[in-house]
Design a binder for this molecule. Structure first.
Ligand code: NDP
Ligand code: GDR
Length: 337
């Protein structure tokens, strides 16, 4: 019998790559999907199986991280071997506009899930999607021993999730781990995060559909990695004999300005001709520089990043150009890369 896993946030960037990875490893994957008035499963449509399909290994369940009772019922019924808590209001700028909602879903949601595992009395390993945003203004390079100083409601909520995970491990002996992941991107990245906003604009400018790109702080420095490699690290953390916390990062960073340059250059364009400043995209308090030290993940998990941010910029620009070309040609656009 293969293992079973539950993924919250299965419709997001990471959830979709993780579901694919676990399916290739023979898992039955249960995904928690929140109800929406329009389809929100685009990233997993290519692996979706109809409920009538015999022996299907991807099963979706409607629930929400704000609904603790639904989580208990689901966990009791499924008793999965592994739970990956990837669900969150994950946008840092939006967390300033919706701080309490973010604290509820991103912060309390993690404790609801931990408590649900405990209440269901099941033997389950738990992965918590912690974030480099927790380091906030702590100077780089950041590793597992760097003190947290979050700079957004999102960062504060993630610190709560981090310590809840550590506490449930210590108090109840749960196999619960934190992956402290630095920014990771892909052609499936949400359209309002900075990398995808840029690469999508590059494709549209190249096609003559857009002639301006409004941006916020170009001086911010980020350590951008490739999402398909990062979900592998999540899985590796749950395969160890002992639960622990790990930083996952490439160790190489660039500024938003440098990413702009790499992305526009990949399409033969000059970013300075198109990019304009709009304070709307600035944050009330900014995280200036995140550069991760993933030595521990390398040593204990054998995890090593391959794709660094300049190559990532090219991968994402090419994918957005291909997707737009297909859309303009009237073809069905697939996001299975
Ligand atoms: P996305 O924003 O792409 O996906 C978030 C997922 O959470 C979506 O499936 C979303 O559903 C779901 N979700 C949102 N609100 C709720 C809710 N109330 N109940 C249940 N599910 C909900 O994020 P990523 O895939 O990029 O990130 C995955 C996780 O990793 C998140 O927790 C994020 O905070 C964290 N993280 C991400 C990093 C990154 O660079 N990508 C770095 C470090 C941590 P829907 O599709 O309906 O919106
Ligand atoms: P971040 O990612 O806040 O690091 O959180 P994002 O891509 O939103 O911003 C990165 C940096 O770019 C600057 N920036 C802009 N950002 C956006 N979104 N839009 C703009 O127009 C713009 N102009 C400049 C930002 O100020 C910031 O400094 C991501 C999320 O995935 C979190 O969920 C995750 O935890 C962290 O990465 C690690």
């Amino acid at each position: 019998m293969g293992k079973t896993a539950l993924i919250t946030g299965v419709t997001g960037q990471d959830g979709s790559y993780l579901a694919e990875l676990l399916l290739t490893k023979g898992y039955t994957v249960h995904g928690l999907v929140r109800r929406s008035s329009s389809f929100n499963t685009e990233r997993i449509d290519h692996i979706y199986e109809e409920p009538q399909e015999p022996g299907r290994r991807l099963v979706l369940h409607h629930a929400d991280l704000s609904d603790g009772v639904a989580l208990v019922n689901l966990l009791r019924d499924l008793a999965p071997d592994e739970v990956y808590n990837l669900g969150a209001q994950s946008h840092v700028r939006v967390s300033f506009d919706a701080p309490l909602y973010t604290a509820d879903v991103t912060g309390l949601g993690s404790m609801r899930l931990l408590e649900a595992v405990r209440a269901a009395g099941i033997d389950t390993r738990i992965y918590q999607a912690s974030s480099s945003e927790m380091f906030g203004s702590a100077p780089p390079p950041q590793n597992e021993r760097t003190p947290f100083h979050p700079r957004s409601p999102y960062g504060c909520a993630k610190v709560f999730g981090y310590w809840s995970t550590v506490n449930y491990r210590e108090a109840y002996d749960l196999f619960a781990v934190n992956g402290i992941l630095f920014n990771h991107e892909s052609p499936r990245r949400g359209e309002t995060f900075v990398t995808r906003k840029i690469t999508r604009a590059v494709a549209r400018i190249r096609a003559g559909l857009q002639d301006r790109l409004y941006m916020g702080n170009l001086d911010a420095i980020r350590d951008w990695g490739y999402a398909p490699e990062y979900v592998e690290a999540m899985w590796l953390m749950l395969q160890r004999d002992v639960p622990d916390d790990y930083v996952v990062a490439t160790g190489e960073a660039g500024s938003v300005r440098q990413f702009l340059d790499a992305a526009f250059t990949a399409a033969g364009l000059d970013w300075a001709e198109y990019v304009r400043f709009d304070p709307k995209y600035e944050r009330p308090s900014e995280v200036d520089a995140l550069i991760g030290d993933a030595t521990k993940a390398g040593d204990l998990l054998g995890w090593k990043p391959q794709v660094k941010w300049p190559e990532l910029a090219r991968i994402m620009v090419e994918a957005d150009i291909d997707a737009l070309d297909a859309e303009l040609a009237g073809a069905t656009v697939r996001i299975d890369r």
